[in-house]
Design a protein around this ligand. Structure first.
Ligand code: P1T
Length: 387
């Protein structure tokens, strides 16, 4: 049983934060400063320069670390800055990385077009259908796992992948952006570190780009903390404050995303123009059993394939009025996009087809508006585009 103050709904509001000592301000102040006065050369209060330390950033890092059951959070200026720093920590000449075959297009681009040039080698595998020992060979140094994946929402067994990584001495990094710690906590399942694009559900209001890495391994924490300062891809204090405020409503937002997701799914399921639906919490979904085992629920991400050609699919996503046609996800407002043309355009067309990212694949990030309004919007767009 959780002890007092230790339950998720309480931690999102209080973890890492206490009233500010001088004034008692209930909310952590935005320490909008680049540097700190020192009473004597090289004697300081613990804060010497804001790339290295910032109290607002520390509050966010401590809060999200607590949510993921980690001990350390290390925040960055974007999700990709977080991934970059992890790759600097564990990549390099001769290092072998095995990555899930369906990941955010920008992660794939970072690996293939940036880190490959440093001598790190990357291979890609479907962790959702194959046994970890078959896809993670001896000699692998780092495994990069997204589950659920973006955009196919495939599910992989984190505990099984973690066990294989332990067996061969590989580090396991899990991108937990889609699930959030409200529904899934990879560190509890054996992952060494968790990565988030806080741009998405954690901030939840589509007004900040940010990233964070969480771990409970002191050696990994020390490495990342050193690189956070040495590379310097840090978030500003105002963005940290906004994210910290966004996190406070994570639990209730995720409940509502899930609730709205159920309504939209029921409508999609009854629609003859919808060829296929990807949503791991449907009993017919191939990821259902593992999703049920390792996740306590699922939010508002749904992908589906329309029974139409590309121009009609384009017209459909351009015809919604409440669902905004835009990249990104996880905000309170609903978004719609075509991965093949937008978020995953950086994945080569042949790879996209092999992964099932068809031209007619539509991705929804279902917000927290009234579900009847959302369904009415999808319905009118379908009438306009597919009549
Ligand atoms: O955009 P940024 O904060 O740098 O985060 C990159 C990132 C990392 N991991 C996952 C699972 C992501 O989905 C993203 C960003 N994704 C989008 C912008 C998108 O629309 O899918």
């Amino acid at each position: 049983m959780s002890s007092e103050g230790d339950r998720f709904e309480t931690k999102v509001i209080h973890a890492g934060q206490s009233p500010e000592p001088r004034t008692g301000a209930v909310m952590p102040p935005v320490f909008q400063t680049s540097t700190y006065a020192q009473p004597w050369p090289a004697k300081h209060t613990g804060y010497e320069y804001a790339r290295t330390q910032n109290p607002t950033r520390e509050a966010l890092e401590a809060c999200v670390a607590a949510l993921e059951n980690g001990t350390t959070g290390v925040a960055f200026g974007s999700g990709l800055a977080a991934t970059t720093t992890v790759l600097h920590a564990f990549g390099g000449q001769g290092v072998k990385v095995v990555c899930g075959d369906d990941v955010y297009g920008g992660t794939y681009r970072l690996f293939e077009r940036v880190f490959k040039n440093t001598g790190t080698s990357f291979s890609y595998a479907d962790f959702s259908t194959r046994a970890p020992a078959d896809v993670i060979p001896e000699g692998t140094n780092l495994v990069w796992l997204e589950t659920p994946t973006n955009p196919m929402l495939k599910i992989s067994d984190i505990a099984a992948v973690a066990a294989r990584c332990k067996q061969i001495g590989a580090i396991l990094a899990v991108d937990n952006t889609f699930a959030t710690p409200y529904f899934q906590r990879p560190l509890d399942l054996g992952a060494d570190l968790v990565v988030h694009s806080t741009t998405k559900y954690l901030n939840g209001h589509s007004d900040v780009v940010g990233g964070i890495v969480l771990t409970k391994d002191p050696a990994i924490a020390e490495k990342l903390r050193f690189l956070q300062n040495a590379i310097g891809a840090v978030p500003g204090p105002w963005d940290c404050w906004l994210t910290l405020r966004g996190v406070k409503t994570l639990a209730i937002r995720m409940q509502r995303h899930q609730e709205n997701g159920k309504h939209v799914l029921a409508w999609l399921g009854a629609n003859s123009r919808v060829k296929r639906i990807h949503y791991p919490f449907l009993p017919a979904d191939p990821g259902y059993a593992i999703a049920k085992k390792q996740m306590s629920g699922f939010g508002g991400m749904v992908s589906f394939v329309l029974d139409c050609d590309l121009p009609r699919a384009e017209k459909f996503v351009a015809s919604t009025k409440l669902f905004t046609l835009a990249e990104s996800l996880g905000g309170v407002e609903s978004l719609i996009e075509l991965p093949a043309a937008m978020t995953h355009a950086s994945v080569p067309a042949a790879n996209r087809r092999a992964l099932g990212i068809e031209d007619g694949l539509v991705r929804l990030s279902i917000g927290i508006e009234h579900h009847d309004d959302l369904i009415a919007d999808l319905d009118q767009a379908m009438k306009v585009a597919l009549a």
